[in-house]
Write a protein that binds this ligand. Structure first.
Ligand SMILES: [Zn+2]
Length: 208
């Protein structure tokens, strides 16, 4: 088998659960069950102006799934996580935590990172959820990786590097993979507010 064919085979037929690496599954039953637990509000010391809800904490299985989508180019699992996001949004709407029918706004990513990952995982998950999704944010390619910076440096890093191409009408939900300091969500929400947008909530796959 050539290198490329082997690589494609790995993409099409992942050999291990994205959440816990159990062999033979895309997602094992245990991880599927844990991913299906209801979202909850995340109340860290954030200055984001809207509520932030998370599908889980940044450990198994959420951490594994996020890394699989980002770093292992696991494209197949994105569709399942889209369904998990749909269920979480339905739950939050039913509880009255978020306005029904809000459109999704994927948090920005660097174009080079998205290309390296076979497309931005957060955007792919949003589209897979079936909810209207607007890819209007991007990061300048020169933006340093947030993970390498402390909190104040993250905020400086983002200001000016977050690009907004259009502001969709109606209530908006900002979606990201992991919230740590909240700097990215804050930058996105502030940018939307500054341009007449109506962000009503943020939803993340995991809270670190
Ligand atoms: Zn698993």
């Amino acid at each position: 088998m050539t290198g490329l064919a082997h690589h494609l085979g790995e993409l099409l037929f992942p050999r291990a659960c994205a959440g816990c690496a159990a062999p033979g599954y895309l997602l094992c039953p245990t991880c599927k069950k844990r991913l299906a637990t209801p979202p909850f509000q995340h109340t860290p010391n954030l200055t984001v102006h809207v509520p932030v809800f998370t599908l889980g904490t940044y450990d198994a299985p959420h951490r594994g799934v996020i890394l699989a989508m980002k770093e292992k180019k696991n494209l197949a699992v994105r569709r399942h996580i889209g369904a998990v996001l749909t269920a979480a949004l339905d739950y939050l709407e039913a509880r009255g935590d978020i306005i029904p029918g809000a459109h999704l706004i994927p948090a920005p990513t660097r174009p080079s990172a998205a290309r390296a990952r076979g497309g931005d995982p957060v955007s792919a998950v949003c589209h897979a959820s079936g909810r209207p999704t607007h890819d209007v944010f991007s990061l300048l390619d020169a933006t340093p990786d947030q993970a390498s910076l402390d909190e104040s440096a993250r905020r400086r890093n983002l200001s000016g590097n977050v690009q907004l191409s259009a502001v969709p009408q109606g209530p908006l939900i900002v979606v990201d993979d992991v919230v740590t300091t909240g700097a990215t969500l804050q930058a996105v929400v502030e940018k939307l507010l500054a341009h007449g947008g109506n962000p009503v909530a943020c939803v993340v796959l995991a809270a670190a």
